[in-house]
Write a protein that binds this ligand. Structure first.
Ligand SMILES: *Cc1c(COP(=O)(O)O)cnc(C)c1O
Length: 389
């Protein structure tokens, strides 16, 4: 049996060594505190669970769903976009239900990328962008996200011949893994660049509702003319604690939505209709409930930040996502640092290299644990004399 070339081309699984260290630590009886996974630790909001409990009993929800999503779900998604961003969408042609946004993000490559086509991907970035490029036979060109540029790509640094050959560009703010945010002005530049070179922008909005200090994330579709060359991917996962439910939607440029829909029609058969009903209810969540969750993460961020300051890491407060992105001490390699921390303290951090070569020299902390657990984790670092400087 021989696996495909495309599968062989995927980079090796970077966390194997970390997983081994975790196993070793467990065997030695060390209690593990994982600040690794980007998965909300609180349950799905109750209004959504209650809606699902009803929807699941209804036989009308038990058959195959429409491929593109129910018209109710698409309309509710378009209404939410209007209310949240003042963006107008035709829900029959410009909105598509997804089985979680990762599903749509991974499939969009098969609608646009032919062999050796170029895709512009943020580095560090969510690994799907690069890996799905490879699976589709394309070539991922890194747009470095550097601290000195506030972790935004510099479009002027992309060579003309690369830009001319690029078919897709991926953006993601609030950003995983750096926690950086983008302004509408940045999106204007992105749209201008994409129009000049005829590139479809795929904007990943997974964390658009997870923001702090009164910061509100914009949509790229608020930029005039953006709909000519952009689509966005929205997810119920992080906003409403629904990671296990698998629900999201894509919206924006009609031709792109149609092309993604054709790929999907040939691969999946849509989202369980009861989940789509629950997803509509999610949009009706009182804003105070979302605010409450964000206050909780904001508090954790502040706790982590003051503990980190004691250890010599001085950082600016992040305005979005539940991640902190920090440099390793003494320019230590990200893997060596994270392995050392697990071995000495049982605290699991994620090496930045796992998000791309520009992630080297960094590690990611996920604020997906209660405050007292976070404090315990930093106490262990202090006791092991692990400091930035
Ligand atoms: C979590 C995450 C997603 C995936 O969300 P799902 O809707 O659960 O598939 C997409 N993009 C980024 C950057 C994420 O961190």
């Amino acid at each position: 049996m021989k696996i495909s070339e495309r599968l062989e081309k995927l980079p090796p699984y970077l966390f194997a060594q970390i997983d081994k260290k975790i196993d070793d630590a467990k065997k030695r009886g060390i209690d593990i505190i994982s600040l690794g996974i980007g998965d909300p630790d609180k349950p799905t909001l109750t209004n959504i669970v209650d809606k699902m409990a009803k929807a699941i009993t209804e036989p009308k929800n038990h058959d195959y769903p429409p491929y593109q999503g129910t018209s109710d779900f698409r309309k509710a998604s378009a209404d939410w976009m209007k209310k949240r961003f003042d963006v107008e969408l035709d829900y029959d042609n410009e909105v598509l239900a997804l089985i979680g946004s990762k599903e749509g993000l991974a499939h969009v490559f098969f609608a646009f990328v032919d062999r050796d086509d170029i895709v512009l991907v943020p580095d560090p970035g969510y690994p799907v962008y690069k890996n799905a490029t490879i699976l589709a036979g394309g070539y991922a060109y890194n747009m470095p996200l550097l601290k000195e540029n506030k972790f935004l790509p510099d479009f002027d640094k992309i060579p003309e011949d690369i830009a001319k050959k690029a078919k897709l560009m991926f953006l993601n703010y609030p950003n995983n893994p750096t926690g950086a945010v983008a302004t509408l002005d940045f999106y204007k530049k992105a749209v201008e660049f994409a129009k000049k070179y005829d590139i479809l922008i795929c904007n990943d909005q997974a964390y658009c509702e997870m923001t702090y200090d009164n910061y509100k994330a914009p949509s790229i579709l608020q930029v005039e003319g953006a709909k000519d060359i952009a689509i966005e991917f929205y997810s119920h996962s992080k906003s409403y604690n629904m990671t296990g439910w698998r629900l999201g939607f894509a919206c924006g440029n009609k031709e792109a939505i149609n092309a993604l829909g054709i790929i999907k029609n040939n691969i999946d058969s849509g989202v369980f209709k009861a989940i789509q009903e629950a997803g509509i209810e999610a949009y009706n969540t009182p804003s105070e409930e979302i605010e409450k969750l964000n206050k909780m993460y904001q508090k954790r961020r502040d706790v982590a930040q003051s503990c980190l300051a004691e250890l010599g890491w001085e950082i600016e407060p992040t305005l979005g996502t539940f991640y902190l992105w920090l440099p390793t001490p003494n320019k230590m390699s990200s893997s060596a640092f994270c392995e050392m921390v697990i071995e000495k303290t049982g605290v699991v951090l994620v090496p930045g290299l796992g998000y791309g070569q520009n992630g080297e020299g960094y590690f990611r902390i996920a604020l997906t644990k209660e405050e007292d657990v976070l404090k315990e984790a930093f106490k262990r670092l202090k006791e092991a004399n692990i400091r930035f400087q």
